[in-house]
Design a binder for this molecule. Structure first.
Ligand SMILES: [Zn+2]
Length: 444
């Protein structure tokens, strides 16, 4: 058992010089490519069609320039053609231990079949990440993520158990009971989506309960980009009296794909778990390297069941290799996942993410809990209307003018803000849906 004062789960691995780690990574990539080509029809067909063979890949640069990416649409098609798990399962079904899926509320979920051996790798990786984030055996971990098809909550449960912490598996929903149990048991770590946790805070405040003076000391937030948005992080940290830890969640990859360390200086990219590239969003074979914003591409280095090799989820990020004060040599995403490229809003030539609106709104005094972004077309022009709840003790007109000015300055676009009374919008127990696009020919 590691002493709680030990900052590393696996010191040698976590502090390995980056160049040495890249050698190990490339060995694993070769292994994965050979395995996938030999064993998995999905990859053999893809690589044959593109005229690429594992033997052609002699270094990491070849890997980026020659190996095709895999998209969600390709996985969905494979699962339709070869139900239920697609022709990329890789292992015999008898080896499968868990079946999870995407959390999307519409259509067919994409299914993830994970072998027992792979789940063991996941468990070890998640424990290493959660330890770096400060989770310790003495903690009581209240999971307010749904424990459902969505894999994120299970990854945290697994990590907590492996570390020896105590798990309180509340799962999603029932806000008042969450608060009561938190107080009764003396929870020290809360895990959930930022939007549901903000709702817990709002409910506690309405009941006159001051969460910041309670037993909580740490929060793990994922499923949405919120905890990487400084104004959201500040609300969570001040409201609960915690250190907020942001983690990224690409279900095809890992329950928690990247996670901040206790320094909270951006998610570490655990390159020897999932090799991570940043590429040109218009050309996945063009590496952008460090400190440039682009599309992220992930590769499982250890997975045998449904391995992802150059999976492109459509997320935008930037990775830096500037050292972190924690001493880990893994690079970081200082701004977290900036947004899903599919969710980018373009109005009158101005590009922004829903997260940009959230950051600006939460910087305004008098902002309440929830908001909606409504996109409409008036005549020839697209208009942005933002309906935002204001604090129950605040003044609607003052909030409106402050918000319109702040949003205009931050987005570079004039928007109409409609102040709404507190409690107008339904509270989510999982991920908030905040964009309503009413423009003609739009997808939504
Ligand atoms: Zn760090």
């Amino acid at each position: 058992m590691r002493p709680s004062s030990e900052p590393f789960w696996d010191r040698q691995r976590e502090t390995l010089p980056a160049e040495q780690r890249l050698v190990l990574i490339f060995d694993r990539i070769k292994h994965q490519l050979n395995y996938a080509y030999a064993q998995i029809p999905f990859y053999r067909q893809l690589y044959d069609a593109k005229g690429v063979h594992p033997d052609d890949i002699r270094d990491l640069s070849d890997f980026t320039t020659k190996v095709p990416v895999v998209t969600k649409a390709m996985l969905q098609q494979s699962q339709r053609d070869h139900p239920p798990f697609g022709n990329y399962l890789g292992v015999d079904f008898s080896e499968v231990k868990r079946i999870q899926g995407t959390s999307g509320t519409t259509g067919h979920p994409t299914l993830f079949a994970i072998s027992g051996e792979d789940w063991e790798h996941i468990s070890e990786a998640q424990a290493m990440q959660c330890w770096a984030a400060g989770l310790r055996p003495s903690d009581i971990v209240q999971i307010v993520f749904p424990l459902s098809l969505y894999v994120g909550g299970w990854g945290l449960l697994e990590a907590a158990e492996r570390i020896g912490a105590k798990v309180l598996p509340m799962a999603g929903g029932n806000t008042e009971r969450q608060i009561a149990m938190l107080q009764q048991v003396g929870t020290t770590v809360i895990c959930g989506t930022p939007s549901f946790c903000l709702h817990i805070l709002e409910t506690a405040r309405a009941k006159g309960i001051e969460m910041a003076s309670g037993s909580l000391r740490l929060g793990f937030f994922g499923g949405e980009p919120g905890a990487a948005i400084p104004s959201v992080r500040q609300k969570l940290e001040a409201g609960f009296g915690i250190r907020a830890i942001d983690f990224g969640n690409v279900a095809e990859l890992h329950p928690c794909s990247n996670m901040e360390c206790y320094q909270g200086s951006g998610m570490h990219v655990y390159q020897d778990v999932d090799y991570t590239e940043v590429v040109n969003p218009h050309d996945p074979h063009q590496a952008l390297g460090y400190n440039r914003k682009g599309a992220v591409v992930y590769t499982h280095l250890w997975r045998k069941s449904q391995p992802m090799i150059r999976y492109l989820p459509g997320d935008e990020t930037l990775i830096t290799d500037e050292p972190c004060d924690c001493g880990r040599t893994y690079p970081r995403m200082p701004q977290g996942i900036i947004g899903r490229l599919d969710d980018m809003i373009i109005v009158r030539g101005v590009k922004f993410y829903p997260g940009d609106v959230e950051r600006l709104l939460r910087e305004i005094d008098g902002m309440g809990t929830e908001f909606r972004i409504i996109l409409e077309r008036r005549g020839e022009l697209d208009e942005v209307r933002i309906e935002a709840e204001y604090d129950s003790v605040g003044n609607a007109e003052r909030f409106q003018s402050a918000a319109e000015e702040h949003l205009k300055g931050g987005l570079g676009l004039r928007v109409v803000l409609v102040p709404m009374t507190s409690g107008t919008f339904p509270r989510t127990q999982f991920k908030a849906r905040r964009v309503i696009d009413r423009r003609p020919t739009s997808r939504q």
